[in-house]
Design a binder for this molecule. Structure first.
Ligand code: APR
Length: 307
């Protein structure tokens, strides 16, 4: 069980932020371009690479790899991203109503039902070639760290063994007061009780959704994920930054790179001298500084690396 006091802050661009914290647009405009990298609309100081041959060369030369994945890596499994226009969750739902502690306090039934829907979704899809490729690549390197913002367990299901889930996991719930954490697949009666309503939880009728209560203190159970304005699991994000700063190749896959502190990981890698390869059909916020941008869907591009 992770204690909330040991978490580092998440700084989402989509919501109101505290004074002094970063927002996506300002953050990226404020970064000074480093030698060898370009800002949008300027000529790169070194040639930009392109294509899988360059990617192969970088993989072959690398000893220590750090990967950051986001919702795009699960898109080809059938799980929507957050910020893609029209199809993204945040195009159809209001994050302030679903992904903040305040939203949960205001309407726990609605929030619980939305996460129950997402648990059903995560359980009904399969890992794709991108997840499988990352699992297959892991043993090839001296060090290989897979950091994910995703909460869907698809990396673990694909066989990755060391996954740093910095935004939590949707298949876990915890007592809002911190007494107990339970995984949907745990043996024992508590798991059965907590997730019993998942199949029938109806978002359109939140008043009828029975949010489970902690058997020890009676407080509500909540999804064990990081909501906007909350702290990240401290150990996981610390280790993620250690891996980013120590790697020689950083892969940024399927993320808009708009949410901090995760979006700071490729910056840390670049500053330490690593190459950063972005795999994303669209330019992320980090694209201007990427060493190589592969403009393809992740599963399509990485299929060649899946065993
Ligand atoms: N392959 C690779 N990338 C893809 C694909 C694909 N098949 N499809 C879409 N993408 C890209 C999009 O172009 C976009 O850049 O995935 C990215 C998804 O970005 P977001 O929706 O912002 O998701 P993510 O970066 O994971 O969001 C970070 O924000 O709402 C919070 O906590 C939530 O963890 C999430 C965080």
């Amino acid at each position: 069980m992770t204690r909330r006091s040991r978490r580092a802050p998440i700084r989402p661009a989509a919501l109101g932020v505290r004074p002094g914290t970063l927002q996506a647009g300002d953050t990226h405009a404020a970064v000074t371009p480093r030698r060898g990298h370009s800002t949008p609309g300027t000529l790169p100081l070194v040639p930009r690479y392109n294509g899988s041959m360059d990617f192969d060369g970088m993989l072959n030369a690398a000893n220590r790899v750090c990967v950051l994945t986001g919702a795009g890596v699960s898109a080809e499994s059938g799980i929507p991203t957050f910020r893609d226009a029209q199809t993204g969750f945040w195009a159809n739902f209001d994050p302030t109503e679903l992904a903040t502690p305040e939203a949960f306090r205001r309407n726990p039934g609605r929030v619980w039902a939305w996460y129950a829907m997402r648990r059903r979704m995560a359980g009904s899809v399969e890992p794709n070639a991108a997840h499988r490729a990352l699992a297959a690549l892991e043993p090839r390197f001296e060090r290989f760290a897979l950091v994910t913002q995703n909460v869907d367990s698809l990396h673990s299901r694909a066989g990755s063994s060391n996954v740093l889930e910095i935004h939590g996991n949707i298949l876990r719930a915890r007592c809002a007061s911190g007494c107990v954490t339970v995984h949907r697949d745990d043996a024992g009666p508590l798991s059965g009780e907590v997730f019993a309503g998942d199949a029938s939880a109806d978002e359109s009728d939140p008043d009828r959704v029975a949010v489970p209560r902690c058997p020890q203190c009676g407080d509500l159970f909540r999804p064990d994920v990081v909501w906007f304005g909350e702290m990240l699991p401290a150990r996981a994000i610390e280790r993620a930054f250690e891996h980013a700063a120590a790697c020689d190749l950083f892969l940024l896959i399927g993320t808009s790179a708009e949410v901090y502190p995760a979006a700071g990981l490729p910056e840390a890698a670049l500053e330490s001298g690593a190459k950063v390869v972005e795999i994303n059909p669209k330019a992320s916020a980090f694209a201007p500084r990427a060493t190589l941008s592969i403009r393809q869907p992740a599963a399509e591009f990485l299929a060649a690396y899946a065993e």
